[in-house]
Design a protein around this ligand. Structure first.
Ligand SMILES: [Zn+2]
Length: 66
């Protein structure tokens, strides 16, 4: 049972684009717990890692053009 019933069900993860309750904030964006764990475990040579980096680049880029 959740004690925080303020009508907030979570945030949209910028990697998987799903609404998740648990995760970390990077700049103004949100990365869910699952993606964060996955990112840490992914080898830097894995194409999936490159995908994550691209998503993260998008965040920093958005930050810079404000
Ligand atoms: Zn995610």
């Amino acid at each position: 049972m959740s004690s925080s019933a303020i009508g907030k069900t979570g945030e949209t993860c910028i990697v998987c684009e799903q609404n998740k309750e648990k995760g970390i904030h990077l700049y103004t964006s949100f990365i869910c717990e699952d993606c964060e764990k996955d990112m840490v475990l992914t080898d830097t040579n894995d194409p999936k890692y490159k995908y994550y980096i691209e998503r993260l680049k998008m965040i920093t880029y958005k930050q810079n053009i404000s």
